[in-house]
Design a binder for this molecule. Structure first.
Ligand SMILES: [Zn+2]
Length: 73
């Protein structure tokens, strides 16, 4: 009877039927591996987050080295 409450979904990455439960933190994916594969595919299509982050880090460290009062005078 309790099994009727479990919703099965198809993993978007590998199409494996997986249970949509609180015990599955990676739902609707069957595993964290499939989750990472899907996120990786999405990220490489739309964004290059690691690159942008490192560029912004460099800009930020440059700003921190410059005293804003001195640059205005
Ligand atoms: Zn999967």
């Amino acid at each position: 009877m309790l099994n009727n409450d479990i919703t099965l979904v198809s993993c978007p990455t590998c199409q494996t039927k997986t249970a949509w439960t609180k015990e599955n933190p990676d739902r609707p994916f069957c595993s964290s591996r499939c989750k990472l594969i899907d996120l990786g595919a999405w990220a490489s299509e739309s964004y290059s987050i690691p690159q942008q982050t490192s560029e912004e880090d460099e800009i930020f460290s440059d700003d921190l080295n410059v005293d804003p009062n001195k640059s205005f005078l």
